[in-house]
Ligand binder design. Structure first.
Ligand code: SF4
Length: 374
């Protein structure tokens, strides 16, 4: 088979994996002209073209959301390390790609798949002296030695958790073990990273699928908080479930369009704003209320804590006000240190506060107190 045809198949097959930079905008996610090139977004907001591809779509696992599941009878293809390196270097040298994100199906033995991906990274680093970005997917069940070798070559590694709970994972696959193949490997990566900080300098990441099983938002957010606390993963990538033809879940409903964005907002509250999962507002079934953002809902359910006096409140109090983020809270405190007193909403607007959202929850120099009205 021609390399280009392999590239089309294996490049397209990698598109559902968000486990890298934030890539939420699906319209910008893939380039129609260049197979395997995806516009990823860095944490600073820049768009970066990555060559994102599978080494192989051979797989003996039965993940029921994935087109590569073992019961699907279609043409299986695989790159040799040399083929993949030559394609990547072509893209890189012509400035079509600025980095490589390499994943693979698992044809029987996780280490066999890992060995081939590691060979690509090893040759790029040592033979072609490529210094740019490499993200290597760690195949669930890989050995400690393979993980260590991958981490010594890659900027970032990731194991896809897919599910927040062991029972949810069991709804998606019967051939992988959540605790042993996934969680244990992620803990190894965390431990290796602590011992050897120079390995995988961008750390590890993971992806959870939203809406493919019975898991609630509460389950997902508890897991995201656990990942942040125990494995230093500040942002778990959340991929809204997509029913694909030729998969057992082809007739399964998609999650509501705003479920994943609300989960991201809630995750930021947990991992960056000091909220705990128990503080968030869920419905009786453990799902976020989608009509409003989680911080606004929390604030509305705590009228006893508001309004907050902007001229006196501490950083932690300020960042709990809807419309005040960490940057504007810091600017408010900095301005107060210089003796500035806030008496007008316009002064807050200049510091980035979204006054329309904050207004019901703040007072300015007491005299400007507003009445809480929702
Ligand atoms: S391990 Fe599962 S998700 Fe990964 S390629 Fe195989 S079937 Fe697809």
């Amino acid at each position: 088979m021609m390399e280009l045809e392999k590239l089309r198949i294996l490049g397209e097959a990698s598109q559902y994996d968000l486990c890298n930079y934030v890539s939420l905008n699906k319209e910008n996610f893939t380039s129609k002209n260049l197979p395997g090139i995806y516009q990823a977004r860095t944490s600073s907001g820049c768009q970066v073209p990555l060559f994102k591809v599978l080494m192989s779509n051979h797989c003996t696992n039965d993940c029921n959301y994935c087109i590569n599941h073992c019961y699907n009878s279609f043409h299986r293809v695989e790159f040799t390390p040399e083929e993949l390196i030559s394609l990547f270097l072509h893209y890189y040298q012509n400035h079509f790609a600025e980095g490589l994100f390499l994943s693979s199906g698992m044809p029987g033995d996780a280490d066999v798949a890992m060995e081939k991906m590691i060979e690509v990274a090893r040759k790029l680093r040592l033979e072609y002296e490529y210094q740019g970005y490499i993200h290597l997917k760690i195949i669930p069940g890989s050995s400690y030695d393979m993980i260590k070798r991958a981490m010594s070559l890659a900027d970032r590694v990731s194991v896809n958790m897919e599910s927040a709970t062991s029972s949810g994972f069991g709804e998606l696959t019967s051939t992988k073990d959540y605790h042993n193949d996934v969680l244990r490997r992620m803990k190894w990566i965390g431990r290796l990273k602590k011992r050897h900080p120079q390995m995988a300098p961008s750390g590890q990441s993971t992806q959870l699928i939203v809406g493919a099983n019975e898991e609630t938002d509460q389950d997902i957010l508890k897991r995201a908080e656990w990942l942040c606390k125990h494995l230093n993963i500040n942002l778990s990538y959340l991929s809204p479930f997509e029913p694909l033809k030729d998969t057992p879940l082809k007739n399964h409903d998609k999650p509501a369009d705003n479920r994943t964005p609300r989960l991201y907002q809630a995750q930021f509250l947990l991992n960056s704003y000091g909220f705990s999962p128990d503080e968030l507002v869920f419905d009786d079934d453990g799902f976020l209320i989608l009509e409003d953002d989680p911080k606004m809902l929390w604030a509305k359910s705590h009228p006893d804590l508001f309004p907050v006096e902007v001229n006196e409140a501490g950083f932690k109090e300020l960042i709990r006000v809807p419309g005040i983020g960490k940057i504007s809270a810091r600017k408010i405190i900095e301005a107060r240190r210089k003796g500035i007193k806030f008496t007008k909403y316009d002064d807050l607007k200049k510091l980035g506060v979204v006054v329309k959202r904050a207004e019901p929850f703040i007072q300015l120099d007491r005299a400007h107190q507003t009445t809480l009205q929702f």
